[in-house]
Design a protein around this ligand. Structure first.
Ligand code: UDP
Length: 496
């Protein structure tokens, strides 16, 4: 048990109802448990399936961590049972009902904060109301940000100075003002809620206000990855913030942890062995890992372009694919494609969910094709791999700036248009553009790219070791939280 937890600090973690926010926040919760803090994670049964295995593993290791389940009021908001998250299969028209369900649960969560008597709470950015709930209980609320410091700094610059309004057209490049480096974007690459205000714009404002009132924020990042943006962000927000990443590396040290992360399925054993066996026949750094995160579905027209690009590249690949609901030409094409690459042993398709951490650490992997989801960026930096960048939604276009322009460890496919996570959008990136980026990344001339990625990977490993930046941040935060508890106890005992 870590010495830092000697006052028996108790914490409650409240993730958002979406896999991509749950995964890093649960890794963080597990890190606090590793440091001797008592941890309760509150979520609904469906969302717990994403991480329960990891919590059970930690608990069997003697760590003080558990899940507290609260049923999602599906019937009350007119949703079929089992729809209780913003995930890849959530029909867009059901999203407002999930928000309604969350609103119904709010008093219940608040009651739990009261009953569980935590010394502090760590809650997702999408629960801004928790800052007031924590204030009532006189405990710190720490906000979890799913993004990078660069992305948050860039979004702040756009909100503050609206540079996109001065751009001549949607595809005209403008500079993001006030940032540590000169970074350029186009209006089309900005989220729709920044281009023209909508309900989400209001929600983001509320979130920002709640962040300013919070004790501080936690990021899955580390100092050497984006130090200038970390300093910049703290400066413009005027808040405390701690980067404690890479959380995937820190919280998942054993192969059992890596395999349990996300939608680990018992019956997957065989399939897992399949990709593992296949990968082990491949030469070092020769295989591409192609994945677009937990929330994306492409139209068949795009899947066909990807398939051709992979085939034409001549490289071996693992491709994590999701089928669309519609059947027809596209589906048939993919089935035949899978058969063909299986026979030629050039490619391995994983349907649905892949054990990403295990795959990335395999020496045969030589680079990624990624949508620049922040967790994947950090995981691939940790693995020391260069990236072909293909941002799609959320803050991914900002993350691409970090990977390609700042860190110079990526090659862009040249995606032009932001779209919502649950929409296909109108852009289809052509096989030639995907192929060119893959060609550059996997070529011998990309030695510099690889060298920089390797240097960052070493820095990632140092960050979580004793004396490293993330390690120090964690220790400092726990010391402050202990101090707060101590002075509260002092006040109570000295009050007549
Ligand atoms: N992930 C995984 N297997 C998959 C897809 C995703 O393990 O098949 C994990 C991945 O390792 C990462 C997270 O899910 O930790 C995805 O987060 P990211 O920010 O990269 O993308 P998002 O899902 O938010 O688009």
């Amino acid at each position: 048990m870590g010495k830092e937890g000697e006052l028996n600090l108790k914490s409650v973690f409240l993730p958002f109802l979406s896999t991509s926010h749950i995964i890093p926040l649960v890794d963080m919760a597990r890190l606090f448990a590793i440091h001797g803090i008592d941890v309760t994670i509150i979520t609904t049964p469906g969302n717990a399936t994403v991480f329960q295995k990891s919590v059970d593993l930690d608990s069997s290791r003697g760590r003080s961590i558990r899940t507290h389940l609260v049923n999602f009021p599906a019937a009350q908001v007119g949703l079929p049972p089992g729809i209780e998250a913003f995930n890849v299969d959530t029909p867009p028209e059901m999203a407002p009902r999930i928000y309604m369900g969350l609103a119904i649960l709010q008093p219940c969560f608040e009651q739990l904060f009261h009953d569980l008597r935590p010394d502090f709470i760590v809650t997702d950015m999408f629960h801004p109301w928790t800052v007031e709930a924590a204030a009532k209980l006189r405990i710190p609320r720490i906000m979890f940000h799913g993004a990078s410091y660069l992305a948050r700094s860039a979004a702040h610059a756009v909100e503050q100075y609206a540079p996109h309004l001065a751009a001549k057209s949607d595809s005209d490049r403008f500079v993001l003002p006030g940032l540590p480096e000169r970074l350029e974007m186009t209006r089309l690459q900005l989220p729709d809620w920044l281009r023209s205000p909508n309900q989400y714009t209001e929600l983001m404002k509320t979130i920002k206000e709640s962040e300013k009132k919070s004790y501080g924020s936690l990021f899955n990042s580390f100092y050497d990855l984006e130090s200038a943006y970390y300093e910049h962000y703290k400066g413009v927000m005027g808040t405390k913030s701690w980067g404690i990443g890479p959380v995937s590396l820190w919280a998942n040290q054993d192969a059992s942890d890596k395999a349990a992360r996300g939608y680990a399925k018992e019956e997957d054993e065989e399939e897992e062995e399949g990709w593992h066996k296949w990968l082990n026949t491949k030469a070092k750094s020769s295989v591409l890992y192609v994945s677009f995160g937990s929330m994306n579905k492409f139209p068949y027209s795009q899947l066909v372009e990807i398939a051709h690009a992979l085939e034409d590249s001549g490289k071996d690949f693992i491709w994590v694919v999701r089928k669309n609901d519609g059947v027809g030409e596209g589906e048939k094409f993919l089935e035949e494609f899978e058969k063909k690459v299986k026979e030629s042993k050039k490619g391995y398709l994983i349907w649905g969910w892949a054990p990403q951490l295990l795959i990335l650490e395999n020496p045969a992997i030589g680079g990624l094709v990624t949508h620049c989801g922040w967790n994947t960026v950090v995981e691939s930096v940790n693995a020391g791999l260069p990236m072909v960048t293909w941002p799609l939604f959320a803050e991914q276009f900002y993350n691409e700036k970090l990977v390609v322009d700042v860190l110079k460890i990526g090659v862009s496919v040249g995606a032009k248009e932001w779209r919502n996570w649950n929409q296909f959008g109108s852009e289809v990136v052509k096989r030639e553009d995907i192929g060119n980026a893959i060609g550059v990344m996997m070529s011998e001339e990309s030695e510099e790219l690889r060298r920089r990625a390797k240097t960052l990977s070493d820095a990632a490993k140092r960050a979580i070791q004793n004396g490293g930046s993330s390690h120090n941040n964690m220790k400092e935060l726990i010391r402050e939280l202990n101090q707060i508890k101590l002075s509260k106890a002092h006040q109570t005992s000295s009050t007549p």
